[in-house]
Write a protein that binds this ligand. Sequence first.
Ligand SMILES: Cc1cc2nc3c(=O)[nH]c(=O)nc-3n(C[C@H](O)[C@H](O)[C@H](O)COP(=O)(O)OP(=O)(O)OC[C@H]3O[C@@H](n4cnc5c(N)ncnc54)[C@H](O)[C@@H]3O)c2cc1C
Length: 315
Amino acid sequence: MAILVIAEHAGGALASATLNTVTAAAQVGGDIHVLVAGHGVGTVAEVAASIDGVSRVLVADAGAYAHQLPENIAPLIASLVIDQTVIYTHVLAPATANGKNILPRVAAVLDVDQISEIISVQSRDTFKRPIYAGNAIATVQSNAAIKVITVRATGFCAAGVGLPGDRAVIDPVAPPHDAGISRFVSEQLATSDRPELTAAKIVVSGGRGMQNGDNFKHLYSLADTLGAGVGASRAAVDAGFVPNDMQVGQTGKIVAPQLYIAVGISGAIQHLAGMKDSKVIVAINKDEEAPIFQVADYGLVADLFEAVPELQAAL
Ligand SMILES: Cc1cc2nc3c(=O)[nH]c(=O)nc-3n(C[C@H](O)[C@H](O)[C@H](O)COP(=O)(O)OP(=O)(O)OC[C@H]3O[C@@H](n4cnc5c(N)ncnc54)[C@H](O)[C@@H]3O)c2cc1C
């Protein structure tokens, strides 16, 4: 019996969320296989094969799997489970845009319920997941024969990546399946020299208090000094200050960095849902009653236009 972990990757690099998902799989217990589906993914498969605890890497390398079209990848995963050459008891994917796009389709094909965004493994069939924007934690027990699960990366530490000599077996999966019902048209990629938000060890986020997009320059230079990623509240995104891929929260990205600095953010529960698991939270807000101070480890009641330049100068 084995667990199938679906690798998240982009641009020829394995995404770190895969490592957290392997840790979740290790807590379930059993042989861990990783599926790398894509086009030109040889390097990704090599890295996946060196993740600690992984015994086998399945590589589906074909044009049909480029750009992670779920209409092609979901049937591939379902066929690996149905085929029963290996008995898979669990299928795990990171709760990323791709994971959330692909796994519900797998669950539908297998006619089982999906368990979404687990943050802990209690046993092979029981998991914890946040509900109500993280205000309550549900314990979910599933009696489905195959557990199809998305994993919130911030709930698990990253599995180690071992020495190249200590590698899992890499096996190709054939033949490719092209459902022919969707096609990739184009993509617009945000490029930044700063660390990606969900992987950054430090995140500096701005809210409506920043007043406009131009004022985010204060946060960009602070972030560059700290080597941080830059996030934002939904109010700042909706007001057009910054693009929506910077949004942190219930309907944005979930982050849990070592240090989260919230600037001019009130601390609505939908924002807290995306950052309250950060190790250390610093809040700068001129309103001492702002709810962000209830979760902050360090709070500074101050005008951000004075405090941020002072902090920058001190750093
Ligand atoms: C279904 C749903 C999903 C949502 N999803 C998200 C989500 O994913 N992420 C998210 O962030 N929100 C989300 N929201 C919105 C959320 O409810 C809040 O509206 C939003 O988080 C508020 O953003 P904010 O804190 O920047 O703005 P505000 O609440 O307006 O707070 C601005 C803060 O800035 C402070 N401030 C102003 N000027 C200064 C200054 N000069 N110096 C210091 N402080 C200053 C103010 O005191 C205030 O506390 C969602 C809402 C709903 C209904």
